[in-house]
Design a binder for this molecule. Structure first.
Ligand SMILES: Nc1ncnc2c1ncn2[C@@H]1O[C@H](COP(=O)(O)OP(=O)(O)OP(=O)(O)O)[C@@H](O)[C@H]1O
Ligand SMILES: [Zn+2]
Length: 649
């Protein structure tokens, strides 16, 4: 039962919700049913069919309409007397500036990406408005309170770098199905259907006897060539010939199982189109799906090697027959059925060659698209926790703020694990005044490199203004004069030392995002050489939060900026000599941060120094927590105070 104080705080509050998706729908409903009367909601998206299973305010008839508006209408039907103001817009639009944020008593995030979260964090800091941040990944979830100067901000802890794999694991020595998926989508799919000008590490041994005399690129489709013949040529090349070439390097296989070359003639009949009556169907129906034209119905079935080989050839054929115009511009998209079919089949054939268990299309799609299936109940629990924290924020009950984790399996008999929030990180470059410095080759690096790699990627600014003393070197904005736009565009292509106001060792640059009202000075230090593997940006930004380094191994124990260092231990040796392929996973970011703290607090352990990425290490710790729990009886605690001994505030 809410106290009088809580009730009047709820009634008088003006709250801003950002995101009306899985968490947002639950949150809006819970806010309305808890008595909130003035709710503003920003969401840039329209409703999709795939949202309907968990975003319960939406119905089939709403598909294509604004999430924020439909959510408002749905909730007003049960609470007609409250005020809900929807904005069908990106929270990064300039109208949502610091003054806009200042209007609210608390901001509640139900977002799904790092970029928007960082942006809202900065606006809340600039406007001095408390932020309740949230995230879910399947059964895992987290709610955190960020209050300027009192608790850590969203960016006080470095977020894990995207998961990466060494190129040689992907191109030569896969040991897990995910390696085969990365090979199939980032190398083979990209090679066949993507931009021909992009670099691709797929081994192209086109000097094999059969092809070298006529063609320099074995992947090229000859106009007069039969499409099945072409498909078989690619098949035999990547699954047969390339494997034979790899096998000839004896050293590689000394301590590994040797792969088996697979040729199409060994697994398929001579001429498929004559054998398979369904093959032509794909040409006449609109359904561009290899599965459909081969009569494979259940995406959860694991196909045999023969079936995968057929899907491979059929998907390739359909791309060339039905989607020829897109070839050369395609990038893998988890919602593109034909692309998923091709990648599943290719990954499975490669897996078969390397003795790795095969997977269904459903599983392969999840791995390829980094999909963790959303769980509606987790979203509902998290939304409830957001409202609990929001109420504490409104009555300024700061001693009782909690960062709460929602777990998949009970730990210490609990599914919900509240811990006290952390203090602000004194070296956080966002919420503290930490000085920054940048080592860079000022003769070689261009202003564009600085803007893209540092200002946007590292400092997360969207509308940067870069100044040296009083002169502006670069600016982004809607109302810039044309001549200024031209000058800034020209500046981007200049080396730092050749700019109109040269940037050299000792220069102090001021970088500012006017919308975020966020400004930092960066001391420039010239450095001649950079290690291409460890410092691929050719620049080194320091003075902001970095994970501690294990001095013996010179490896970060968490996720550093260098992606090649953020690798699972078993792969880290190879990583030292190899470039890495990125596999982006936004969805795990927030939950991964969760697990770091959870493991520290609940086990009382110090972070381990295993050299694993945060993601991997924390998964392991979470699993360990679960395994350690012998008693499976559940308890959801409501005794917040007694649960945490560590006082962090
Ligand atoms: N910059 C932004 N401005 C406004 N809304 C945003 C922004 N970024 C993300 N969102 C919204 O946050 C919500 C996140 O919800 P959720 O995680 O359930 O994602 P979804 O897109 O609805 O579902 P899924 O990605 O699982 O298909 C989405 O509705 C999305 O439109
Ligand atoms: Zn901070």
């Amino acid at each position: 039962m809410a106290s009088q104080e809580q009730l009047s705080a709820i009634k008088g509050a003006k709250v801003l919700m950002v995101g009306a998706g899985g968490i947002g729908c639950e949150l809006l409903k819970t806010l309305a049913l808890s008595g909130f009367q003035d709710i503003h909601i920003i969401d840039m998206d329209t409703i999709e069919v795939s949202n309907l299973n968990r975003q319960f305010l939406f119905r089939q008839s709403h598909v294509g309409q604004s999430k924020a508006k439909v959510a408002r209408d749905a909730v007003l039907r049960v609470r007609p007397n409250i005020s809900i103001t929807p904005y069908h817009a990106n929270v990064k639009e300039s109208r949502f500036n610091v003054d806009f944020f200042k209007e609210f008593d608390v901001v509640l995030n139900g977002l799904d990406n790092l970029d928007a979260r960082r942006h809202v964090n900065r606006l809340c800091l600039a406007a001095d408005v408390p932020l309740v941040e949230s995230g879910t990944t399947g059964f895992l979830g987290q709610v955190t309170v960020h209050l300027k100067g009192k608790t850590e901000c969203y960016e006080c802890q470095p977020k894990p770098a995207p998961k990466t794999y060494p190129v040689c694991t992907i191109t030569s020595t896969p040991s897990k199905f995910v390696h085969c998926i990365v090979w199939a989508k980032d190398l083979l799919f990209a090679k066949l259907f993507g931009d021909k000008n992009l670099e691709n590490d797929l081994n192209v041994h086109s000097n094999d006897a059969a092809n070298s005399s006529e063609h320099s690129d074995v992947f090229e489709y000859r106009k007069d060539e039969d499409i099945e013949e072409y498909g078989r040529r690619i098949y035999d090349h990547v699954f047969g010939h390339n494997i034979e070439v790899a096998l000839s390097n004896e050293e590689t296989w000394k301590n590994r199982n040797k792969p088996r070359p697979i040729y199409s003639k060994d697994v398929l009949p001579e001429k498929l189109s004559e054998q398979n009556g369904n093959m032509e169907k794909g040409c006449v129906t609109d359904d561009v799906s290899a599965m459909a034209s081969l009569g494979l119905k259940n995406p959860q079935d694991v196909w045999s090697l023969g079936e995968n080989s057929r899907v491979f050839l059929e998907a390739l054929r359909l791309f060339f027959l039905k989607r020829e115009k897109e070839i050369g511009n395609l990038t893998f998209d988890k919602d593109d059925q034909l692309a998923v079919e091709f990648v599943t089949a290719a990954a499975n054939i490669r897996a078969s060659s390397f003795g790795i268990p095969l997977h269904s299309l459903f599983e392969a799609k999840g791995i390829a698209g980094n999909i963790v299936h959303a769980v509606a109940t987790t979203n509902a629990i998290i939304a409830g926790l957001i409202v609990i924290e929001a109420i504490k924020v409104l009555i300024k009950d700061s001693n009782n703020y909690r960062m709460t984790y929602c777990l998949e399996h009970p730990s210490r008999k609990m599914l919900l694990m509240p811990v006290e929030p952390y203090e602000p990180n004194k070296s956080c470059y966002v919420c503290s005044e930490t000085p920054l410095s940048l080592e860079v080759n000022t003769h070689r690096s261009k202003l564009r490199d600085f803007v893209e790699k540092i200002v946007k990627a590292k400092l997360g600014m969207n509308f940067p203004l870069i100044m040296q003393g009083a002169s502006i070197l670069y600016e982004v904005g809607e109302d810039l004069e044309e001549d200024m736009v031209a000058i800034y565009a020209a500046n981007l292509e200049k080396a730092l030392s050749e700019l109109p106001s040269p940037v050299t060792s000792g220069t102090v640059l001021t970088v500012e995002d006017l919308q975020q009202e966020f400004s930092r000075n960066i001391n420039i230090k010239h450095r001649e050489e950079f290690d291409e593997e460890k410092e691929p940006d050719g620049m080194l930004l320091s003075g902001w939060v970095e994970p501690p380094v294990d001095k013996d191994k010179n490896k970060p124990i968490g996720n550093g900026e260098s992606t090649s260092n953020a690798l699972p231990a078993e792969e880290s040796l190879e990583a030292k000599k190899d470039v890495t392929i990125q596999e982006i996973s936004e969805v795990t970011e927030i939950a991964t941060g969760t697990k770091r703290k959870l493991s520290e607090v609940s086990k009382g352990t110090t972070p381990d120094h295993s050299g694993l990425s945060d993601e991997t290490r924390n998964h392991n710790q979470l699993e360990k927590l679960d395994v350690d729990d012998e008693d499976d009886e559940l308890m959801i605690s409501d005794d917040w105070e007694s649960l945490t001994k560590k006082k962090r505030l």
